[in-house]
Write a protein that binds this ligand. Structure first.
Ligand code: 13P
Ligand code: SF4
Length: 335
């Protein structure tokens, strides 16, 4: 092993990502495309990634689309341009493949809000309940989950559970509250939140809507209930994209991570898109985890095949069951 790589591996253990100086003369886009071909690799990217990474991805989608794509890929190597729980899901679906995440620190506040050991005791207090977990959760949490869901299929997942069964929903209390309203089911909620979607300001959204009276206000279900209350449409990232593309309205105020505006504007160049304002002046409605990925980190990950997402076989075996059930329900629902 070269000393550069040895040093980079030590850095990786310390920092969560490879830290190697890149030759300035390299065209990173061309190199990434070449390496992808050479290694039969696929890049799966989420809509919250920066435009350059979305352009480099072979598939860009929401959490459900990314899981479906991971389940059917025949690539040998999966480079995940998203966050840790998404890469873990891809690994569970592809235990024999290498799954890379450019920066292992790219976590998720929702996944972090439900530590597996604490959840285990919580679950024990509610025996005979079906556990539904949002895909934004750790692999360990999935081992204690009956059915997984994403914001695209959550209503179908809840409706698939017999009416006489109690339900625990984790970890997103906002999505959970939205599902209680949509399905009429009573559920016990874990109190996790997405730090990005909690930042939208109801007052500032109302003020923005007053300035744009012709606009529709659209929101991701991870937003707080009082924000969802005033939305003309609530949906996952892919559902928000479809809504903007297919309605006649010309202006939209969008309450989700602003990375989505790139694809939205590409799909509907003639429409005006306004990012919903957060409570403060900062750019805190940008997901700091999603934005940890850079083109440079993607290049290094692909070149050195590091950092790799590693899971214990028992976690893969037990955790995968709830993902398979979710994919089955989605297929039946035509999603
Ligand atoms: P989607 O599944 O709607 O893309 O949401 C993923 C996510 O992390 C939202 O914050
Ligand atoms: Fe997690 Fe929120 Fe970032 Fe989505 S936007 S990855 S839910 S922290």
């Amino acid at each position: 092993m070269s000393s550069t790589l040895q040093q980079a591996k030590e850095n990786l253990i310390k920092n969560g990502f490879l830290n190697i100086e890149i030759d300035k003369n390299i065209n990173l886009f061309e190199e990434i495309k070449r390496l992808k071909k050479e290694k039969n690799a696929i890049i799966l990217g989420h809509y919250y990634q920066v435009p350059a990474i979305q352009d480099l991805s072979d598939y860009v989608g929401d959490s459900l689309g990314l899981a479906q794509e991971a389940a059917k890929t025949d690539a040998d190597l999966i480079l995940f341009a998203g966050v840790h729980f998404m890469a873990e899901t891809a690994k569970m679906l592809n235990p024999d493949k290498k799954v890379l995440l450019p920066d292992l620190n790219a976590g998720c506040s929702l996944a972090n809000s439900a530590p597996a050991d604490i959840f285990k005791s919580f679950k024990a207090q509610h025996p005979n309940h079906v556990v539904v977990s949002y895909v934004n959760s750790s692999a360990e949490l999935k081992t204690m989950t009956d059915i997984c869901c994403t914001s695209s299929n959550a209503v179908h997942v809840i409706n698939s559970i017999p009416k006489d069964k109690g339900i625990i929903f984790a970890p997103d209390r906002n999505l959970g509250a939205y599902l209680i309203k949509e399905t009429g089911r009573d559920m016990i909620l874990w109190h996790g939140v997405c730090q990005v979607h909690e930042m939208f300001s109801w007052e500032k959204i109302m003020a923005t809507m007053a300035e744009h009276p012709g606009a529709d206000f659209i929101a991701h279900p991870e937003c707080e209930p009082h924000v969802l209350e005033i939305a003309d449409f609530v949906g996952s990232t892919s559902q928000l994209l479809k809504y903007v593309k297919n309605t006649d309205k010309k202006e939209f105020v969008v309450a989700t991570e602003p990375g989505i505006l790139y694809k939205m504007q590409k799909d509907s160049p003639e429409k005006k898109l306004i990012s919903a304002p957060p409570t403060t002046q900062c750019a805190c409605n940008e997901c700091p985890f999603m934005k940890m990925n850079t083109v440079e980190k993607l290049y290094l990950a692909l070149k050195y095949e590091l950092p790799e997402v590693i899971l214990e076989q028992s976690v893969i075996d037990e955790g995968r069951v709830c993902i398979d059930r979710m994919l089955e329900i989605s297929k039946k629902a035509g999603l």
